[in-house]
Design a protein around this ligand. Structure first.
Ligand SMILES: Nc1ncnc2c1ncn2[C@@H]1O[C@H](COP(=O)(O)OP(=O)(O)OP(=O)(O)O)[C@@H](O)[C@H]1O
Ligand SMILES: Nc1nc2c(ncn2[C@@H]2O[C@H](COP(=O)(O)O)[C@@H](O)[C@H]2O)c(=O)[nH]1
Length: 245
């Protein structure tokens, strides 16, 4: 997210766990009371939730929408139960299971973090074993990523997501047509429309040099349920912006 700030955003989960030193409410988690969180879940405000390590964790629809409303892809850091719930929903997502290089290394890292009691560490290790066992459940995860060296792991993640240096963050967007990709950058925005221009001039089949994205046609709520985005090609931006300038 640091490298691609306009492409990706993090879904800030809710949890009933107590904050660790340096964890900030609203940044790392929304720290919540159990009864309030349970009530919000029962009122349908959550995309998924799960009991993890004795605490309640969940992804609110609002947390995801605040990312997708900015036109970014939303990253969820959730456990295996949460992944099953999202998989069972209609949402389009890529599921990546991140695992430690070995169980011993995970134990070492958890101890080095120094944020849990011995009892909590044992519980987390038991749960980690159960999660590792489920990592190859048929149809659940699309990729398995071994988090040995952090830098190498990040490079592998970028490869999985086809994020290479050619696609470095810009205020642009990509439109795929088969294997080819046309890259557009934002020329201008109004309340209801965004105007895009091809960056290369070499546009792919069925893509145009100038596009207008009609935001007023958008309806829907949670990601994947958004409907009605209309995009049409235009000959010149001047005609479209008449009366706005
Ligand atoms: N590649 C790495 N090299 C060294 N330390 C790491 C690496 N990746 C993560 N850690 C450290 O290991 C600890 C556990 O990592 P993390 O919190 O991501 O694990 P987790 O699988 O979510 O476990 P838990 O659910 O118990 O929090 C953290 O202190 C983290 O900083
Ligand atoms: N199902 C969900 N799991 C979540 C969510 N947010 C975090 N998590 C998982 O909990 C554990 C523990 O996290 P920690 O911060 O207490 O160490 C971790 O494995 C997360 O993946 C969520 O919203 N839903």
């Amino acid at each position: 997210m640091k490298e691609y700030p306009s492409k990706f955003g993090f879904s800030v989960s809710h949890t009933t766990r107590s904050p660790r030193v340096k964890e900030i409410d609203g940044v790392h988690y929304h720290f919540a009371g159990r009864s309030k969180m349970e009530q919000d879940i029962s009122e349908g405000e959550f995309l998924e939730f799960a009991h993890v390590h004795g605490n309640l964790y969940g992804t609110s629809i609002e947390a995801v929408e605040s990312v997708t409303d900015e036109g970014k892809r939303c990253i969820l850091d959730i456990d295996v139960q949460g992944a099953r719930s999202v998989r069972a929903s209609s949402l389009e997502a890529i599921f990546i299971f991140v695992c430690p290089p070995s169980f011993e290394e995970l134990e070492k890292r958890l101890r080095a973090r120094g944020t849990e009691t011995e009892e909590q560490i044992q519980k987390r290790l038991r749960n980690a074993r159960a999660e590792l066992d489920q990592s190859n459940s048929p149809g659940l995860f699309d990729h398995l990523l071994v988090n040995d060296n952090l830098e190498a792991c990040y490079e592998n993640l970028k490869k999985l997501l086809s994020l290479d240096d050619d696609h470095k963050d810009s205020d642009g967007c990509f439109i795929e047509d088969g294997k080819a990709t046309a890259c557009y950058s934002i020329m201008s925005k109004t309340e209801s429309e965004v105007f895009l221009q091809s960056e290369t001039g070499e546009v792919v089949k069925a893509a145009a040099n100038l596009l207008a994205v009609d935001l007023s046609s958008l309806t829907g709520g949670a990601p994947g349920r958004t409907r009605g985005l209309k995009i049409h090609s235009i000959n010149s931006i001047d005609n479209c912006l008449k009366g706005i300038r």
